[in-house]
Design a protein around this ligand. Structure first.
Ligand SMILES: Nc1ncnc2c1ncn2[C@@H]1O[C@H](COP(=O)(O)OP(=O)(O)OP(=O)(O)O)[C@@H](O)[C@H]1O
Ligand SMILES: [Mg+2]
Length: 360
């Protein structure tokens, strides 16, 4: 199966790939990130939500609602076919399988295959916000630890508990990008997108500057203020709900991020009538859509005939997801508690979103 570079990463390292249909997100990872996804998959399979005590009864969302769908693993040279990936998808839904081959660790890079969170979007805007004041774990070398302590102390990571790491902005021409210094961003070849690099977020110091950046981000569309207001409100609710999840989940997310994603394509927003869910079901919807032929105008789901356009309208307009678990640990059987480092940052960000909400 041919792969190509994934060009919509808001932050992070190079080497990420996608398939021709851009339905997959394929990233080189180390064992810890596989362990993280495998633990969640195993527990979910055992119908254990990983939530504490009665949290589920109180309607707290389990952690798997906040992360990309886990499809499987591959190595670059293993020549995975489309069918293999589809099979992995089936297996991912069915049973537990150790996808990381530990004995292979000296040979080639292992890639994790995840749902591409942007699949179904036409012109998404994406922001990556790294969480936590503490950015290193026990595995870091002394040099790395000292470097990360310095980064934290000089940026909003230390003062607020989170930092904007990067953005992909649809070039809306009419938007004002004066907030960025020339070295902090660049246009893509086609001039359709702007990449804002990590130096921008490292320069910001105050909650007011964060607010301005979020305002620029959420205004980066041509739909008018009502849309801005409605997406900010959705993200505000999502942050509250995510905090609730993390306050009830034993976990440690060193250097993980939240991804904020929203549609800026006017046609799709209009078709949607601003209707959006707290948690998307995009992966399932796109799966249904792939099963049916282009010319089919209707399909039957559980005995009910549904118009294809109606199904497409179910794809979200915006979403918030947790990503990047290379230094994260989760599970009831670990000796960790809830992750104050991450929750504290999210609470400060939630306050900023509340202020932003009040402004619109
Ligand atoms: N499942 C996904 N679908 C679409 N985009 C994603 C997905 N996961 C991550 N991204 C995008 O890719 C970027 C990089 O991903 P991630 O943070 O997982 O890797 P990284 O920072 O390079 O990881 P590492 O530090 O382990 O090398 C994110 O900023 C985000 O924009
Ligand atoms: Mg990252």
């Amino acid at each position: 199966m041919p792969f190509k570079d994934f060009e919509m990463a808001a932050a992070g390292h190079t080497g990420i790939m996608t398939d021709e249909e851009e339905s997959l997100f394929i990233k080189p990872v180390l064992k810890q990130e596989f362990d993280f996804y495998n633990t969640i998959k195993e527990e979910t399979f055992k119908e254990n939500s990983l939530l504490k005590n009665d949290a589920e009864n109180r309607g707290v969302l389990p952690i798997n609602e906040w992360i990309p769908k886990y499809i499987g693993s591959m190595s670059k040279t293993s020549n995975v076919s489309k069918e293999d990936v589809e099979k992995m998808g089936d297996l991912a839904n069915m049973s537990i399988q150790p996808v990381y081959n530990n004995t292979n660790s000296t040979s080639e890079a292992q890639y994790i295959v995840l749902e591409n969170l942007l699949n179904g979007y036409r012109t998404p805007n994406v922001m990556d916000i790294k969480l936590g004041k503490i950015l290193y774990d026990e595995s870091a070398s002394v040099d790395k630890k000292n470097r990360l302590i310095k980064v934290s102390s000089e940026t909003t990571s230390g003062s607020l508990g989170f930092r904007i790491c990067g953005m992909k902005l649809a070039n809306q021409c009419e938007s004002n990008y004066d907030l960025f210094q020339p070295s902090e961003f660049c246009y893509n070849n086609m001039n359709t997108y702007i990449s804002v690099n990590k130096t921008f977020g490292r320069r910001l110091k105050t909650p007011a500057e964060i607010r301005e950046s979020l305002k620029l981000f959420f205004n980066n569309h041509l739909m008018g203020e009502e849309y801005t207001r409605s997406i900010i409100k959705m993200f505000n609710m999502r942050l509250e709900s995510l905090i609730d999840t993390l306050e009830n989940t034993k976990s440690k997310f060193i250097s993980s991020s939240i991804l904020l994603i929203f549609e800026s394509n006017i046609d799709r927003i209009r078709e949607h009538e601003l209707d959006d869910d707290l948690i998307d079901t995009d992966f399932d919807i796109l799966g249904y859509l792939e099963e049916i032929c282009d010319e089919d105008q209707a399909m039957e789901i559980e005995g009910e005939v549904i118009d294809v356009e109606d199904i497409k309208r179910g794809i979200s307009l915006s979403k918030l997801k947790l990503v990047d678990f290379g230094h994260s640990v989760i599970g009831k059987n670990t000796n960790i508690d809830v992750d104050k480092n991450t929750i504290d940052g999210l609470k400060v960000l939630k306050d900023i979103f509340q202020q932003l909400s009040n402004e619109f």
